[in-house]
Design a protein around this ligand. Structure first.
Ligand code: HAM
Length: 420
């Protein structure tokens, strides 16, 4: 028989306990920040009908990136590549019963068929935080403030990242002078979206194909905005001022920022790592006031963002901000001989009843092997059970970081573990 490979499917993730620990650390920071702003957690299935993404997520996602299949009943099903359409569906479904403004968050995993590379995989988790029912700029301020705070909670200082903002309406406004069809306008936004990944000459050629000899005028106008202070559009300026008041000063206006997804209608933003080796968008979001229209025709103002765990992890690695693994187990019990097992189990049960997390070895290997395993698993305390312990009900509690030993009675174990 051919032996099976231990490799996972290309681009998806195995989480060994130490990896899961880091991921949970990142999720913990995300939760802490969004919950401080009153966001409630929701969740949904990983499977959705493919039509959900056909509506407004954009050609790239639907044509190149979704994992879809036909189920046994002939339905076209997709492994979710993002949460926003699901969220919009859920909100639209219960719109009459839900209270607005509505603030929800979730940390689901997604699948996208992409070429695996640094910061981009085929499976990733993503914090989604979205607010519905706020028409004004307060939603933008709140969401961008939250993303800023998550970065700070993760240990970033302001110069480690930059928040780029733009308004999608804005490029459309500029294009009104050029007599373009809706399709041509759409194409221009897509070319803008790819700008950072495209060579300058290719970018210019693509724009010229659509705008003809007016393309230079157009590009000059946009660049002027980028470079001339005072020409920043009023809504962006307003937003930047409000963010500055909240103490957030690493914000810039980028008239070329588009974001790939089709449903965005107004202000969009993206957070970039300032490290030149990792110069890509870490996460982003935007306003999508018209997405709910795909369900029942009524619009509900919405603004939100998605922050991926892969880019967050790359960021933490590059800044040496990964926390050291800490075991959730408090105490490791080694057994010196099989005949002490019952006693050890009783002790373990008594301690667990006091909310101490206890693991028992049961390997009956030599004591140094058991201690080595306790160390490998980073359990902070060890007690070995042998003849003396059973006879006297007194124990030597060893602290693994420095090898210091404490003589304790059964009743003192909890206090010593918790206090020192
Ligand atoms: P997105 O720009 O497609 O937006 O993804 C947001 C973030 O998810 C990215 O910036 C990145 O951190 C992460 N991400 C996306 N694709 C991958 C991948 N292949 N590998 C690793 N990480 C990835 C959205 O998904 C919107 N639904 C976000 C949103 C929520 N807008 C409003 N509310």
């Amino acid at each position: 028989m051919n032996k099976l490979s231990t490799e996972s499917y290309k681009g998806v993730r195995d989480f060994y306990p130490e990896d899961k620990f880091v991921q949970e650390y990142i999720f913990g920071k995300m939760r802490k920040v969004v919950e401080a702003f009153g966001y409630e957690e929701y969740d949904a299935s990983i499977l959705e009908p493919t039509d959900l993404y056909r509506a407004k997520s954009g050609e790239e996602l639907i044509n190149e990136q979704v994992y879809n299949f036909e189920d046994r009943g002939g339905r076209d099903v997709t492994l979710r590549p993002e949460m926003t359409p699901t969220l919009a569906r859920m909100v639209a479904k219960k719109k009459r019963d839900l209270g607005f403004p509505l603030r929800w968050y979730s940390i689901p995993n997604f699948f996208r068929y992409e070429r695996p590379q640094k910061g981009r995989l085929r499976e990733f988790w993503q914090l989604n935080a979205d607010v519905f029912g706020v028409e004004g700029i307060e939603a933008e301020v709140e969401i961008i403030t939250m993303s800023y705070k998550i970065m700070r909670e993760l240990g970033a200082v302001e110069k480690d990242f930059i928040i780029k903002i733009n308004d999608r309406d804005f490029i459309n406004f500029f294009l009104t002078d050029f007599n373009l069809s809706e399709e041509e306008k759409y194409k221009v936004t897509k070319i803008f979206d790819r700008k950072n990944k495209t060579e300058v000459s290719k970018f210019e050629n693509e724009i010229e194909e659509i705008l003809g000899d007016k393309s230079n005028v157009f590009l000059n106008k946009i660049s002027e905005l980028e470079n001339a202070e005072g020409k920043t559009p009023a809504d962006i300026k307003n937003l930047m001022e409000k963010l500055e008041k909240a103490g957030i000063t690493n914000v810039v206006f980028d008239p070329f920022l588009m974001r790939g997804l089709d449903y965005y209608t107004g202000i969009v933003f993206e957070v970039f790592d300032t490290n030149p080796d990792n110069n890509r968008a870490m996460f982003g979001g935007g306003r999508y006031d018209r997405l709910l229209e795909i369900f029942d025709g009524e619009k509900v103002p919405a603004f939100g963002f998605g922050m991926g765990d892969v880019t967050a992890l790359e960021f933490l690695k590059s800044r040496d901000l990964i926390p050291e693994y800490i075991s959730l187990t408090d105490l490791y019990l080694c057994i010196l001989d099989e005949k002490y097992t019952e006693f050890t189990d009783d002790l373990a049960q008594a301690l667990r009843a006091q909310d101490i997390n206890v693991v028992v070895d049961y390997s009956y290997k030599k004591i140094d092997k058991q201690l080595k395993n306790a160390d490998k698993k980073k359990v902070p305390f060890v007690i070995c059970i042998g003849e003396n312990e059973v006879k006297n009900d007194k124990f030597v509690l060893k602290r693994m970081v420095d090898g210091k030993e404490f003589e304790v009675s059964r009743g003192e174990i909890k206090t010593v573990i918790e206090k020192i």
